[in-house]
Design a protein around this ligand. Structure first.
Ligand code: PLP
Length: 479
């Protein structure tokens, strides 16, 4: 399919298909219901020797691939955190694919580098981060957190591990996070060679936030043992319940004990575009790094993670490598973002973000977020009013953590099993998709109202399905 004219015809058809897909998205079961191996078994073992027509490939896309897809952009998607997309973002992605640029250095596409610098500066203003912070787009929050931990490791060992590796004189480094921090912190500790037994998980208060007093105790105890505390990861919006760690108090400790402070706001960071949520980052000027994902709650296609650092020099000192074949003549200061992270090759991600911010405007984005938060507040009020349900955590943003708890069922195991059954039953309807976590050992249903196209009717329908399936479970207990 090398001819531009054939491409034009096929592309027009596909754009129509995409528009139809979004029009009818609610007709698909939200969660893929296929069995393991069912897609794989339909793909020929060997690739085709001869060219195939797009018509044939597309037929297989519809018949083999689509039944194996979970529809993340469906307004019935209330699971995990969303990876929400939007039409302007989709168009930006399309153009980025069309340009097909690999934007590793300024020179390999100056516009990509400079637009990235500009939109990261916009995001900084939109979220109220300190003016002096500098931003770079990473693929995911996991990568950003790994960058933060590697930078902390290097900074506190005078960039020696990068040079000489872990020698016998290397101190045992310690990193701290809350017991509800995302698993990407542990993964980063493993990859950074710090060792997961050196990740100290600090206990939580009754709203699932890190307790700063216990953090200090842990740091002091480690110093006494001759260990080297290097970093604290504070969560703004934990994955389980969107709890917000007390950043200001944590920041004071980090300054007192000279520790790197990394802030993981992967989901909830987007809420900072609303002035009423800025309290969450009091103390942020003390932080060394901060990440949030426009691909979670700012309508920008996965992947797009915004990573900000107080001092780009330590980041660049950790990652910079310029082999001969990448040397260039650029003699004015420009950002070569491949030196700001792990990967050399970089996609042109700034384009979709630019499209999104311009197309919605800051006010449009704020309106959408407020609507999501309002929908969660409504669901919260229905749960509070229902005697058979209870909230399991404070509702901070658009995530509601709750469980079915009919009178007379009080054993944790029994409740856990019943809520697991409820989750499976509501998801099996195909009309909605929720996921779970465990809070204090209690099976907790998580329903998040942050899908781009979610409307009040979808949340109301979801609640009715939950009530219906819970009613069936209650009846089965009685009989
Ligand atoms: N941090 C938090 C608080 C998260 O909730 C998540 C994912 O949900 C992550 C990090 C990892 O995000 P990513 O998939 O961008 O690596």
């Amino acid at each position: 399919m090398d001819s531009v004219e054939t491409f034009r015809q096929e592309a027009h058809k596909m754009v129509d298909w995409i528009a139809d897909y979004y029009t009818g998205i609610e007709n698909y079961p939200v969660k893929a219901g296929c069995q393991p191996g069912s897609v794989f078994s339909q793909i020929p073992v060997a690739p085709p020797e001869d060219p195939e027509e797009m018509k044939t490939i597309f037929r297989d896309f519809e018949e083999i691939i689509m039944p194996g897809m979970t529809h993340w952009q469906s307004p019935g998607f209330f699971a995990y955190f969303p990876a929400n997309s939007s039409f302007p973002s989709l168009l930006g992605e399309l153009l980025s694919s069309a340009l097909g640029a690999q934007c590793m250095k300024w020179e390999t596409s100056p516009a990509a580098t400079e637009l990235e610098e500009a939109v990261m500066s916009w995001l900084k203003k939109m979220t109220g981060l300190p003016e002096s912070f500098e931003g770079v787009i990473q693929d995911t929050a996991s990568t950003a957190t790994l960058c933060a931990i590697l930078t902390a490791r290097e900074k506190f060992t005078d960039y020696k591990i990068n040079d000489a590796g872990f020698g016998t004189g290397t101190p045992v480094m310690r990193v701290y996070c809350s017991a509800e921090a995302h698993s990407s912190v542990e993964k980063a500790i493993k990859i950074a060679g710090i060792g997961k037994q050196n990740l100290v998980k600090i206990a939580l208060d009754d709203e699932y936030r890190m307790i700063p007093g216990l953090l200090e105790k842990a740091i002091v105890a480690d110093i006494k043992k001759g260990l080297k505390p290097i970093c604290v990861v504070a969560a703004i919006g934990t994955t389980g319940s969107t709890a917000v760690d007390p950043l200001e108090d944590i920041a004071v400790l980090c300054r007192q004990y000279n520790l790197w402070l990394h802030v993981d706001a992967a989901f909830a960071g987007s809420a900072l575009i609303l002035p009423e949520f800025r309290w969450m980052i009091r103390g942020i000027e003390q932080a060394d790094s901060f990440v949030f994902n426009p691909h979670k709650w700012l309508f920008t296609n996965f992947d797009c993670s915004a990573y900000f650092v107080k001092n780009s020099e330590s980041l660049i000192n950790t990652f910079k490598l310029v082999p001969e074949y990448l040397r260039s003549q650029t003699n004015v200061h420009v950002n070569d973002y491949s030196n700001w992270g792990i990967q050399l090759g970089r996609r042109f991600r700034a384009l979709k973000l630019w499209f999104v911010i311009r197309s919605y405007g800051v006010r449009g984005l704020q309106d959408k977020l407020r609507k999501h938060i309002f929908l969660a507040a409504e669901l919260k009020s229905w749960i509070e009013r229902h005697t058979d349900f209870e909230l399991m955590a404070p509702v901070q943003f658009s995530l509601v953590c709750f469980r079915f708890h009919p009178a007379g069922t009080d054993f944790t195991e029994e409740l856990n099993l019943m809520n697991e059954k409820l989750l499976l039953a509501v998801n099996a309807t195909g009309k909605m998709y929720i996921t779970h976590t465990k809070l204090n050992g209690n099976y907790t249903l998580r329903l998040i109202t942050s899908q781009t196209h979610v409307e009040p009717v979808h949340v109301r329908d979801a609640w009715n399905i939950i009530l219906d399936k819970a009613g069936d479970l209650k009846n089965s207990i009685k009989s």
